[in-house]
Design a binder for this molecule. Structure first.
Ligand SMILES: NC(=O)c1ccc[n+]([C@@H]2O[C@H](COP(=O)([O-])OP(=O)(O)OC[C@H]3O[C@@H](n4cnc5c(N)ncnc54)[C@H](OP(=O)(O)O)[C@@H]3O)[C@@H](O)[C@H]2O)c1
Length: 253
C-alpha cells in the first residue's frame, strides 16, 4: 500500500500480529509501546522479511510524548497516513473495590491514549485532506459488564467518540474505522478465568483488522458469532439483561 502507519500497542497481542501483515502489504509501520525490547523484536522480524518497520518507545497516556513522537515520525519518516490507536489495558473494577484511580488508569490508556494520538495527527490530515484514523474498541463497549465498568465504559466512550469524529471526518477527506474485537488470545486475556466464548487467536484477529483497515470500514466487529449475540443483546430489556449478567457474575465468584 506504501502508506506510513503509526500504531500504538505494537509490542504484543493484536498490534504485534497486525504490524507484520501491514508491512507485508508494503506499508512502513511505526511501532510504538512502552516496552522497547519487545517492540524492537517485532520490528526486527518485520525487517528480516525485507519490510519496513521503525520502533519507537511511547506511553500513550503522556500527551506531550504522543505529540513529540508524532512530530518526530512526520519529520524523519514522513506524513502519517494511518493512525491506529490500538494500545489498551484491561482491569477489573468490582463495585466492592470501586476506586477512581483504577477507573482513571483504564480511561487514560483506552480513551485518552487514542484522543492524544488523534489530536496529534488531525491538523496535518485535515490540511492534506487525507488520512485514516483507526480505533480499537471492543465488543465489551456495547453494554455494561459487571466488574468491568471501567473497561466497558472506556470502550463505549471510544466507540461513540470515533463515530462522532467519523461523521465530520468525511468532509475533510479523512476515513475513520472503529474495530470491535471479541475475545482474542493475547496477554490481556491470558489471565481471565471466566469462559471466553468464540475466542480466536491473535493471527486470525489481525487478519480481520487488516481487512477492516484496507476496506476503510466504518465499524468492524468480529468474530461474527459473538458480535451477533452482543448486538442482539442491545435490545434486551434491562431487567432481563441485568439478571443474565448477574447470574454469570455469580458463577465467576
Ligand atoms: N484481547 C482481547 O480479547 C481484546 C478484545 C477486544 C479489544 N481488545 C483491545 O485490543 C487492544 C490490544 O489488546 P491486546 O489484547 O493485544 O492486549 P496486550 O497483548 O496486553 O497488548 C496491549 C498493548 O498495549 C500497549 N500498552 C498498554 N498500555 C500502554 C500505554 N500506557 N502506552 C503505550 N502502550 C501501551 C502494550 O504495550 P506496552 O506494555 O509495551 O506498553 C501492548 O503492546 C486493546 O485496546 C484491547 O483493549 C482486546
Amino acid at each position: 500500500m506504501g502508506q506510513i502507519v503509526f500504531m500504538t500497542g505494537a509490542s504484543s497481542g493484536l498490534g504485534a500480529a497486525l504490524a507484520p501483515l501491514l508491512a507485508a502489504d508494503g506499508d512502513t509501520v511505526v511501532l510504538t509501546a512502552r516496552r522497547a525490547a519487545a517492540l524492537e523484536e517485532v520490528a526486527a522480524k518485520i525487517r528480516a522479511e525485507g519490510h519496513r518497520a521503525v520502533a519507537l518507545s511511547l506511553d500513550v497516556t503522556d500527551r506531550d510524548a504522543v505529540h513529540a513522537a508524532v512530530a518526530k515520525v512526520e519529520r524523519e519518516v514522513g506524513p502519517i497516513d494511518v493512525m491506529i490507536a490500538n494500545a489498551g489495558v484491561g482491569g477489573i473494577t468490582p463495585i466492592t473495590k470501586f476506586e477512581a484511580s483504577a477507573v482513571e488508569a483504564v480511561f487514560r490508556a483506552n480513551l485518552f491514549g487514542p484522543v492524544y494520538c488523534f489530536e496529534a495527527v488531525l491538523p496535518q490530515m485535515i490540511a492534506r485532506r487525507s488520512g485514516h484514523l483507526v480505533g480499537v474498541a471492543s465488543l465489551a463497549g456495547y453494554r455494561g459488564l459487571p466488574a468491568n465498568g471501567a473497561y466497558a465504559g472506556s470502550k463505549a466512550a471510544l466507540k461513540v467518540l470515533m463515530e462522532s469524529l467519523r461523521i465530520e471526518a468525511h468532509q475533510h477527506g479523512i476515513d475513520v474505522t472503529t474495530i470491535e474485537p471479541g475475545f482474542v488470545k493475547t496477554p490481556m486475556t491470558a489471565k481471565n478465568k471466566h469462559p471466553m466464548p468464540f475466542i480466536i487467536d491473535a493471527d486470525e484477529a489481525a487478519r480481520h483488522m487488516r481487512k477492516a483497515i484496507r476496506d476503510k470500514a466504518s465499524e468492524y466487529a468480529f468474530p461474527w458469532q459473538l458480535a451477533s449475540i452482543v448486538k442482539a443483546g442491545r435490545v434486551f430489556p434491562n431487567s432481563l439483561y441485568d439478571r443474565a449478567l448477574a447470574k454469570q457474575r455469580a458463577e465467576k465468584d
